[in-house]
Design a binder for this molecule. Structure first.
Ligand SMILES: [Zn+2]
Length: 437
């Protein structure tokens, strides 16, 4: 009897939890919204082609309520003086791995999955989230946990609940490949080793896996479209495609049916082509993009997330084709710019050590590869806002948007590396960092 009561009580608690804890941040107790005025020497608002001099930004609670050129701060409101700095919208990285800390070699990767517990990795991910915010990244799309199951949903919720500092998150949870097509591989068949993804097979399996990941909090579904990248006589980077077309289409269809979006890791031209056939929303890496594939992306409105930083970072350690792939991607980037492919800033942070490289280095590559500094800034603000479906909430500095702001000392339109030295960071109207006092 007592046993039955206990079971009933546990079931009841579980039920209540499901009803109230939908994986979203709970609304906090409403205190009167704090008002802050910010004086920006130079404002890059994400909309105008030229900066606004001596701008005044009024913030109330977590939102921006007014932006004007010049103007006087209302009396009795806290004034933050950034008159010697450039203020920009909070930066966005659309491809990160908070649960990973560098994987130049297969061994680096295996050690993390085999020797570190998921709780330990989750603790490091909180540290990484803080580093990202310190660097001015107020929003990130985290594209899979690499064997840490659904821990990205936990870090996302801990940040949203104000327990630990970090960017706003959209997360992809476990990612998918068919059986045997992603590490950990090569261990004795007698051992059950962890896998970096969820193995998914068949059309029904694909639909079930999507439902499962969405149930546990995935905002995005990520799958690996290809592997084994190699150059062929045509000079194109080819690859081996992982899923059958039927399986990939089932993943995309089920994800869209549930109101979510799909990111495909696709490096070789064959993998990119397969992902586009399946109808994905974003192509990750995309080194092997050809003219025809870029045209198809433009036609279908698919975003490209180039992750140049990680490619350049791992190439020396990995050798083989990786150096050639960096050069190839540079050429693809220049073509994509001419063709107006939608390029969203993404770095693959976590593929490199969070403590070693600042994600904002990616902007430097984009400018070196041919973007104007303003285009590069938009690739990391307004374009990702659109990719994330949050254009009405972020990406620009204007009334009604979240007060997510970054300031740098110099002029990033003259020197894009200024973005690698964020001196002031505000997220949702709360100052996280201010070295410009
Ligand atoms: Zn990645």
């Amino acid at each position: 009897m007592r046993g039955k009561l206990l079971v009933a009580a546990v079931a009841m608690i579980g039920f209540l939890f499901c009803v109230s804890g939908t994986g979203q941040a709970q609304e906090k107790e409403k205190a009167p919204a704090k008002k802050i005025a910010i004086r920006a020497g130079r404002l890059i608002d994400g909309k105008s082609d030229t900066p606004i001099a001596n701008a005044l930004i009024l913030v109330e609670g977590e939102k921006i309520v007014a932006v004007s050129a010049g103007g006087t701060a209302p009396a009795g409101v806290e004034l933050i003086d950034l008159s010697k700095a450039t203020v920009l919208p909070g930066l966005v990285d659309t491809h990160t791995h908070l649960l990973l800390n560098g994987d130049v070699t297969a061994e680096d990767y295996d050690v993390q999955l085999l020797k570190q517990s998921i709780p330990y990795r989750a603790i490091l991910s909180a540290r990484n989230a803080r580093i990202a915010l310190e660097h001015g990244f107020t929003t990130m799309r985290d594209l899979e946990t690499e064997g840490a199951m659904y821990a990205d949903v936990d870090i996302k919720n801990a940040i949203a609940n104000g327990e630990v500092p970090g960017p706003r998150m959209q997360v992809a949870t476990r990612a998918m490949t068919p059986t045997g097509m992603y590490p950990l591989l090569g261990y004795s068949w007698e051992l059950q080793v962890p896998k970096g993804v969820q193995y998914v097979d068949g059309v029904e399996g694909a639909r079930k896996a999507v439902r499962e990941q969405v149930m546990y909090g995935a905002d995005w579904i990520k799958y690996y479209s290809d592997r084994r990248y190699h150059f062929e006589a045509d000079g194109v980077l080819h690859s081996m495609v992982n899923f059958t077309d039927e399986e990939a289409k089932a993943i995309v269809d089920e994800t869209h049916r549930l109101g979510k979006k799909v990111a495909a890791h696709a490096i070789g031209s064959d993998g990119i082509a397969a992902a586009l056939r399946a109808g994905v929303d974003t192509i990750e890496h995309g080194d092997g993009l050809t003219d025809a594939l870029m045209d198809e992306m433009v036609r279908k409105g698919v975003y490209w997330v180039p992750t140049i930083t990680v490619g350049a970072y791992v190439a020396p350690g990995r050798g083989g084709n990786w150096t050639k792939m960096v050069d190839l991607e540079k050429a693809a980037f220049q073509k994509a710019l001419k063709k107006n492919v939608k390029i969203a800033m993404g770095t693959d942070a976590g593929g490199f050590d969070w403590k070693e490289l600042n994600q904002a280095k990616e902007f430097e590559y984009y400018v070196n590869y041919g973007m104007t500094p303003m285009q590069a800034i938009r690739s990391g603000t307004t374009v990702p806002a659109e990719l994330l479906g949050w254009s009405d909430k972020m990406g620009t500095i204007e009334a009604g948007k979240w007060a997510d702001l970054v300031a740098v000392s110099g002029d990033p339109l003259k020197d894009i590396t200024e973005l690698e030295r964020a001196k002031f960071v505000m997220k949702g109207g709360v100052v996280f960092k201010n070295e410009l006092r």
